[in-house]
Design a protein around this ligand. Structure first.
Ligand SMILES: *[C@@H]1O[C@H](CO)[C@@H](O)[C@H](O)[C@H]1NC(C)=O
Ligand SMILES: *[C@@H]1O[C@H](CO)[C@@H](O)[C@H](O)[C@H]1NC(C)=O
Ligand SMILES: *[C@@H]1O[C@H](CO)[C@@H](O)[C@H](O)[C@H]1NC(C)=O
Ligand SMILES: *[C@@H]1O[C@H](CO)[C@@H](O)[C@H](O)[C@H]1NC(C)=O
Ligand SMILES: *[C@@H]1O[C@H](CO)[C@@H](O)[C@H](O)[C@H]1NC(C)=O
Ligand SMILES: *[C@@H]1O[C@H](CO)[C@@H](O)[C@H](O)[C@H]1NC(C)=O
Length: 452
């Protein structure tokens, strides 16, 4: 896929542009339905969505305390001395005959947009691979262990719908051990974008905080450009309050973002217009999307590194690659493959590499600051791993609401951005568990050392 293809994206629904409905999902207007159909939902829903309107004052997650007590590490069923350091992100996908942890029958929390099996995906081989690090074996996801590690704690996924995709995978991975209560409505005005789950038996709160740009946004000037191409204004030096107001009390924050930055955007710093991406205005410098991406991550990660009262562990989940083939995403491009790439076949396209490198650089700089404050910043380094999985996307096997709008010619795009559930994205939570385990082992050991 060409960079320009994503950047040149046009929105076809003028109705949505003029509408005032806050979010398209769940709305019954035809145009909203059209939006849901599109695989690039991540990119499109923002049309009618102003992040600035969406900050909610959630009470602290601690209010929902359950009856269980926190357990000490000794009661966990893993051997704290046996974990050797291992670079889990360097490895390969290997055949695994056991198949996935769950399916559309055993987990009823799969979004229709990612429920590939339910919506007719015929091939199942994509479910029969596991990630094998070169230096060790990645342990299978152990739901009980995960819940023990997060007992009495809270975890937030901050970012866009691919982050939510990972959270949904986690819900399904935990599903056979504990069912969460959906407590979204008690907190947020929008339970889709700001979703909250509570695992009463473990006093564990899991949330997703919608912030696809991570920084403050406002709708662009609707008169400034063609009206089917509404631009967002990004305030690159101001983190988005819809998550910064929330994460202070969280123990784990998993931050990510990606595809939205290919849209036309106008950049502001210190309240001044500094440039844009694809705004096509003669007197505004086009700084490209990496500029915005870098600055947004810089602001978001540094905000976490210096956020007053925040003591959580931060995970950056690196850029998730899309796999459109044969044509551009909006021109019939699709992802039909049924097997992973062999390493030599995967092309680390320059734009993907650049997104990844940008994040890694900003992560390293912020991590230094965080370390000085005693904060842990960790990386879920999944970009290259997922590059090998062109077979993991929904493509056309997702929920299609019947559209019948005689006035508009609607093209349905393939979704080669999100990941099927179950699917290779489940590995992200295996990585997450591995890292949580390692961290708790380290803190256990350092707490022992305090006594000697
Ligand atoms: C934990 O693992 C270490 C190293 O593999 C081993 O020596 C030790 O016996 C194990 N302890 C328990 C309680 O299993
Ligand atoms: C991320 O993992 C890839 C292998 O999948 C490796 O080549 C790269 O160096 C890792 N990046 C970092 C920053 O650790
Ligand atoms: C699961 O998917 C199959 C198709 O593979 C479908 O027949 C079945 O109805 C689905 N079950 C649920 C609960 O969605
Ligand atoms: C539940 O967890 C919160 C922290 O998330 C803690 O403040 C509270 O004391 C816990 N409640 C119980 C009953 O353990
Ligand atoms: C760019 O030019 C237009 C039209 O000449 C003008 O309205 C606008 O204010 C200018 N923008 C900037 C940032 O100078
Ligand atoms: C779409 O609408 C037309 C006319 O309004 C109708 O004849 C046709 O059956 C509808 N198609 C579907 C799939 O609902």
């Amino acid at each position: 896929m060409q960079l320009s293809s994503i950047s040149a994206m046009r929105f076809r629904s003028t109705q949505l542009l003029n509408g005032n409905q806050k979010y398209a999902i769940g709305n019954t207007t035809k145009s909203a339905v059209v939006v849901i159909l599109l695989p690039f939902t991540v990119l499109l829903i923002v049309l009618s969505f102003s992040v600035t309107r969406s900050s909610h004052n959630f009470p602290s997650p601690m209010i929902y305390a359950a009856t269980t007590t926190t357990s000490s590490l000794e009661s966990l069923d893993f051997n704290v001395t046996e974990m050797k350091p291992c670079n889990i992100f360097s490895g390969e996908w290997v055949p695994y005959s056991e198949g996935p942890y769950y399916d559309n029958e055993t987990c009823n929390l799969i979004n229709d947009q990612q429920n590939c099996i339910k919506f007719g995906r015929p091939d199942k081989e994509f479910l029969k691979w596991r990630w094998k690090p070169h230096e060790c074996d990645l342990p299978l996801f152990d739901a009980t262990l995960f819940l023990q590690l997060v007992r009495g704690k809270s975890m937030a996924f901050v970012g866009d719908s691919v982050g939510r995709n990972q959270m949904n995978s986690l819900l399904c991975l935990l599903n056979h051990v504990a069912l969460p209560e959906d407590i979204s409505k008690r907190y947020a005005t929008d339970p889709v974008y700001f979703r909250r789950w509570f695992y009463a038996d473990y006093n564990f709160t899991l949330v997703t905080l919608w912030s696809p740009f991570l920084v403050r946004t406002s709708d662009g000037d609707p008169n400034g450009h063609s009206h089917n191409n509404l631009m967002m204004n990004l305030h690159l030096d101001k983190a988005d309050e819809s998550w910064t107001n929330e994460v202070k009390n969280f123990d784990f924050v998993i931050i990510s973002s990606g595809q939205w930055f290919f849209r036309p955007l106008v950049f502001y710093e210190k309240g001044q217009l500094v440039g844009c991406h694809k705004c096509q205005q003669k007197n505004v410098t086009d700084l490209g999307h990496y500029y915005g991406y870098r600055k947004a991550f810089r602001t978001a990660l540094r905000t976490l590194a210096s956020l007053k009262g925040y003591k959580g562990v931060t995970f950056l989940r690196t850029f998730s690659p899309a796999h459109f083939e044969n044509a551009e995403w909006n021109n019939g491009g699709s992802c039909e493959r049924t097997r992973p790439y062999a390493k030599e076949d995967a092309k680390f396209e320059w734009y993907i590499f650049q997104m990844y490198v940008t994040q890694v650089e900003e992560f390293r700089a912020a991590e230094k600051k965080a370390r000085k404050r005693g904060l842990k910043f960790l990386m879920l380094n999944t970009t290259e791993i997922m590059l090998l999985r062109p077979d993991g996307h929904p493509n056309n096997y997702v929920h299609r609401r019947t559209k019948n709008n005689s006035n508009s010619k609607v093209t349905i795009y393939s979704d080669c951005v999100h990941w099927c559930l179950p699917g290779p994205i489940d590995a992200w939570n295996e990585f997450l568990l591995y890292m949580l385990k390692l961290e708790s082992q380290k803190s256990f050991i350092s707490s022992l050392q305090r006594f000697v």
